[in-house]
Structures are given as C-alpha cells and as structure tokens.
Write a protein that binds this ligand. Structure first.
Ligand SMILES: Nc1ncnc2c1ncn2[C@@H]1O[C@H](COP(=O)(O)OP(=O)(O)OP(=O)(O)O)[C@@H](O)[C@H]1O
Ligand SMILES: [Mg+2]
Length: 293
C-alpha cells in the first residue's frame, strides 16, 4: 500500500490525502466537525462520480482515530439487501484493517467485543456466530465500541457510504442512528449519498414523526470543480503522463463534462491510454459510459 504510485487519472476512489486533488475546504469541514465539534452525525452529499468516497477515504486516512467504512451500495448489490446480519458482517470485516494499524489497538478491540454473545473473536478475526438463542443486536455492538472508545479516550468514526441503500433492510436504521445519537457520545456516523433527496428521505430529517427529527446533522456538499480548477486538474494529470494536450481540447472536455471530477478522471484515463498501460484490466464498462456523453 503506502508507497504505491497513484496517478491523478487512476479510476479507483483515491484513498489518501496525497492522492486527492484539492477538496481542502471539504476536508477542513470534516476535520472540524469530527475532531473539534465532536458531531455525531454527518451527511456528505454529492452527485454520482463527484468524489464523495475519495473525499471521505482521504479524510479517514489522515486520522489517528479508529474508523470503519462500509460500502452499503456494494452490500445491497452483492447480498440483495442490507439486513442487519449483512451490515454487521461488513462492519466486523472492516475491523480487519485494525490489524495493520497496530497490535495494541487490535487486541483491545477484540477484548471489547468478547463480551458480545453473538460475536466470535478468534485468532484470525472477528465473526458473527449465531446460536438458536442469540440474535444480532446492532445496539449492543455500538455500545461495545462506544465503551471501548471511552476507555481509550478516542472517537470511533463509522462511515456508511451510499447510506440511502440502508432502507432496503429488515431494520429501521434511521431509528438505530437516532438511538445512537442520543445514547453514545464517542461514535461519529458519517453517511454519504449520491441522491440528496433520497438520503434525506431515508433520514427523514424534516419529518416530525421520524426518529431523527430535531437532531443536528452536519451537512457537507461535494460540488463540481469550477472551470479553472477542472482545467488545472486535467493539465496536471496529463503532465503526470507526459502528454501534451492543447487548450482547445481541455476547454471542450470541461464544456462536456461540467467539472465532475470522476468524468474528468475517466477522460484522462482513456485519453492517456492508462487502460492500455495496465495489463488485463477490463475497461469496457467505462468506455461505454464515455461514449454516451
Ligand atoms: N479530489 C479528487 N482528486 C483526484 N481524483 C478524484 C478526486 N475525487 C474523485 N476522484 C476520482 O473520480 C472518480 C470518482 O470518485 P469517487 O468514486 O470518489 O466518487 P463518488 O462520488 O464516490 O462516486 P459514486 O457516486 O459513483 O460512488 C474516481 O476515479 C476518483 O479516483
Ligand atoms: Mg462513492
């Protein structure tokens, strides 16, 4: 990981601050909100391909605090629903990253979870183990994490990327979040969403009947790059590849793609022939998307 060279036009979400272009304002907002404000619930909104996942991952990579990011959209598409068992399995899987972050942290986290009856803590990892009498209890898991944070004077950041998919579940997660908001002081939840309306509908922030009603949610919007920033982004990416691209072309790209960093990245990726550099990567899915603009 660490030392690997990531190009500006690489198509995976960026995962470190170093690889992320700009987004200083949004990173500051996240830092202030989580570290200084101790906010409990943060919503990151932005249309498809605008760079939400990259922003949040880059933010997390700089943290000293422990965190887990769960890709809820992936759970939905792979498992067909976001039932509590699926969600919990992915959260526990996310704990694996702690092994890389240090022995002490990992050991103390395992200790903290040993008390939960439906969790099995083994040498290799942490798993769900259900018996006929136990059932998965999300609140119990969050409580254990919260207490562990309290003992270690830290804060845990739990990210639900594309959280609007949490509505496809046997559990009312907005209720769980409201409960966590009221009862846990050491966990910050970050939810992201591509469709502002759908995420807001899921959280039902403005609905007096809804569990989260009246709770403060910090809302962060990830926006398109301006023309100037987009052109600079493209120029830098092409410089990195040693390719000369004339201004006319860059202007046209901006006019077509409208400052959406994911599309700019993809343009650079294909135009720069990166797909041909990296062997055997399937890229047809992306080329189809590009051909359709
Ligand atoms: N600030 C940035 N600097 C460089 N590349 C970026 C930046 N933000 C996003 N990208 C690139 O743009 C593409 C889309 O980014 P990302 O997956 O983070 O967006 P997203 O909003 O989460 O998309 P989706 O809605 O599809 O989940 C990726 O190729 C990523 O590498
Ligand atoms: Mg994303």
């Amino acid at each position: 990981m660490g030392g690997e060279l990531v190009m500006l036009f690489s198509v995976e979400p960026k995962t470190t601050r170093r690889d992320l272009y700009d987004r200083e304002v949004e990173l500051d907002e996240l830092r202030n909100s989580v570290l200084r404000g101790g906010d409990k619930l943060i919503a990151v909104y932005g249309i498809r391909r605008i760079g939400k996942t990259s922003l949040v991952r880059a933010f997390l990579s700089d943290l000293l605090q422990p965190y887990v990011l769960v890709d809820v959209r992936q759970i939905y598409f792979i498992d067909g629903n976001v039932n509590v068992g699926n969600l919990v399995r992915h959260i526990l899987n996310g704990f694996r990253e702690f092994i890389e972050r240090g022995e002490r942290l990992w050991e103390s986290l395992k200790d903290a979870l040993r008390g939960i009856s439906w969790v099995r803590v083994g040498a290799g990892g942490i798993e769900v183990r259900l018996t006929r009498r136990s059932r998965i209890d999300l609140a119990g898991l969050f409580n254990a994490i919260d207490e562990w944070c309290w003992r270690n004077s830290t804060r845990f950041i739990l990210v639900f990327d594309e959280a609007q998919y949490m509505r496809f579940s046997n559990v009312r997660y907005d209720g769980v979040l409201a409960w966590a908001y009221d009862n846990l002081s050491n966990i910050t939840f970050i939810v992201t969403g591509s469709e502002v309306g759908v995420l807001r509908d899921f959280l039902r922030i403005d609905d007096p009947e809804a569990p989260l009603y009246g709770r403060y949610i910090r809302e962060i919007y990830v926006d398109r790059f301006s023309r100037e920033v987009s052109l600079d982004f493209l120029r830098r990416g092409f410089t990195e590849l040693g390719i000369n691209v004339n201004v006319g072309e860059l202007d046209e790209v901006y006019d077509k793609l409208d400052g959406i960093v994911g599309w700019l990245t993809l343009y650079g990726y294909l135009r720069g022939g990166i797909d041909k550099l990296s062997t055997g990567r399937p890229w047809t899915r992306y080329s189809v998307m590009v051909l359709s603009w």
